[in-house]
Design a binder for this molecule. Sequence first.
Ligand code: PYC
Length: 311
Amino acid sequence: MRRVRVIDSHTGGEPTRVVVEGGPDLGGGSIAERLERFRAKHDGFRSAVVNEPRGSDVMVGALLMEPEETSARAGVIFFNNVGYLGMCGHGAIGLVKVLEYLGRVSTGQHRIETPVGTVTAQLAAAGEVSIANVPSYRYRRGVSVEVDGFGQVKGDVAWGGNWFYLVEGLAGRLRLEDAGHWTEVTQRIRRALEREGITGEDGAEIDHIELFAAGEAGGDSRNFVLCPGGAYDRSPCGTGTSAKLACLAADGKLLPGETWRQESIVGSEFQGSYEWEGERIRPVITGRAWVNADGWLLLDETDPFCWGIRR
Ligand code: PYC
């Protein structure tokens, strides 16, 4: 029986399961290199941790590891029900609270290595965590796509640590009771982007779709984010908010240092701001997470669903 220690948290309603013991040994090198080994040799472990019957489509996993650089506090690979993420904003906030729970960090700044770059986390005395994310940018503006049942939809393509297609104005309001409807709509948009060959830079797949409407709880905006495996983000999505800031910055609608309050479909909020770094922005995303479970997963190879129910 293999034992895997995990610590769960949620950030604005979106869960993160951090693997702190019992994960695969991915060797040394950069986190991007270790991700390739994870994908090639241990994909069953990913599925075992986040898929049913132990997890669910919403669960995001985080494999904690030693960093490559000694100046960093940790290395991490985020993953979900269908694969791997470049960065994960809500997950990074959750990870910092887990490290605090374990007594490995206290208030102050901590560098964390991810497959797409190093981010800096600031843990405040009041419990909030701010993530200075990887440089983010809008790649294409106003890209039209023909969506089944909706006709032409226009959106921006932007990078915030993952690739996003951001659509403003399609939804009059974004209410939680309509989440099923918005899931269907965003899945159609994603299929349309694939069909029309619309990608991020260098042909990268756009695997997150983000809709925006007016804020409902005092925020500047409310979003709905479809994640790669079909679940929607309960948090305002840290990488999605970074992509949004990149678009606002490119349009001159938000100035460096100004605060953007991004609500999620469940009503949780991140605050975002940015500074320019050359042609790109450095977004800072602030939110809160709560540790809510500390336990062991048991991987018994005689269990037919030991490695999770995979799609
Ligand atoms: O917070 O960046 C994020 C995120 C990505 C997917 C789910 N959450």
